[in-house]
Design a protein. Structure first.
Lengths: 72, 267
């Protein structure tokens, strides 16, 4: 019983796979914040672009968790 | 924590995909009616009833001075109209506002069932519902493209955009075809499903983990960590609400972008 670990190694792989999308989302919002700081009146246009980029990068992380559960 | 106490307590069972398969309530004509089905039907009824009630006085020709309900309905509809349809498609997008608004509110209500107490399972966490919605969007934007340019012209404009040196087409044409026909609907569907799936798992993990630590594990460590976990589950619930609304917005935004892309010459 002692020191026993249960679970799937897939989840560690998924944890590693989130690094890429995590970095990507960070970069997208860093660029968005920079742009709004430089030109606050462009916020409305930039917001939908930023969320679009966020959704596209996030899709990779999301496919990752799907595969982590599907591949056994 | 002594090993004896650990051995006595039952092992913690982590939440997994099986949590999304609740037992059916009853079987109706060979169809097992379970929680997700009830949630999806209920959210369709809620959205339809809300907008019917909100627009009833307009249809009767006396909506010039909006009441509270009509104001709420108009603001909700106006959000989709102004910040999704007009912003991404332009003036041409006005005729797609009904389908976009329906998508947005159906998905938003379905998602929000994930944190509404007696249900607490997002209807969209079952892949069938986002898949159906993504297929509707897929049919709409492909239909519009084919209608505008003809079957051959549509695929030609998609795969061979002008102004590119011809060797690039060897790589570009299959990628564009794959992206438009397969990747778009699949990612649209998977993004919504798995966001709701993963969000629900995190929420369930915090609640069940907290309960296990408090009641089964016990001791100072268990009570402290369990309390933190239960409190964190409240924070996660509000974070989930944000994600649920964001994902409904993202789905509708992408649908609007795909429709807008089929209406104008892209590239």
């Amino acid at each position: 019983m002692e020191g026993e670990l249960n679970g799937s190694l897939n989840m560690i792989g998924y944890g590693l796979a989130t690094l890429g999308p995590g970095l990507a989302i960070g970069l997208i919002f860093a660029a968005y914040i920079n742009s709004v700081a430089r030109q606050p009146e462009a916020r409305g246009v930039l917001q939908s672009i930023a969320i679009l980029g966020f959704a596209l990068a996030e899709a990779l992380a999301i496919i990752g968790i799907g595969l982590a559960f599907v591949l056994n | 924590m002594s090993t004896a106490l650990l051995a006595e307590s039952t092992a913690f069972k982590a939440p997994g995909p099986s949590d999304f398969e609740p037992p059916p309530f009853f079987t109706l004509a060979g169809v097992e009616v379970n929680k997700p089905i009830v949630i999806v039907l209920l959210s369709a009824v809620i959205v339809a009833a809300f907008f019917y009630a909100a627009s009833r006085r307009i249809a009767a020709g006396q909506g010039m001075v909006p009441g509270k309900l009509q104001y709420a309905g108009e603001s909700a509809y106006g959000f989709v109209r102004n910040s999704i349809a007009l912003e991404t498609i332009g003036k041409d997008g006005l005729r797609f506002v009904p389908v976009l608004a329906t998508l947005f509110f159906f998905i938003a209500v379905n998602n929000m069932f994930g944190i509404i107490p007696p249900f607490q399972l997002p209807g969209t966490s079952k892949i069938a519902i986002p898949l159906g919605l993504a297929l509707i969007v897929w049919v709409i934007y492909n239909w519009l493209g084919i209608q505008r340019m003809g079957f051959v012209g549509y695929f030609k404009a998609m795969m061979f955009p002008p102004g590119i040196p011809w060797p690039v087409y060897i790589i570009l044409a299959p990628i564009e075809l794959l992206s438009n026909v397969i990747v778009r609907p699949v990612t649209l569907c998977l993004r919504l499903t798995l966001n709701m799936f993963a969000g629900h798992l995190v929420l369930v993990l915090f609640v069940l983990g907290g309960e296990y630590l408090l009641l089964e594990y016990g001791g100072v460590v268990g009570v402290l960590a369990g309390s933190v976990s239960i409190l964190a589950s409240i924070v996660v619930t509000f974070f989930e609400l944000f994600i649920q609304l964001l994902q409904a917005y993202v789905f509708t935004l992408l649908a609007a972008l795909y429709i807008g892309g089929a209406l104008v010459d892209e590239h």
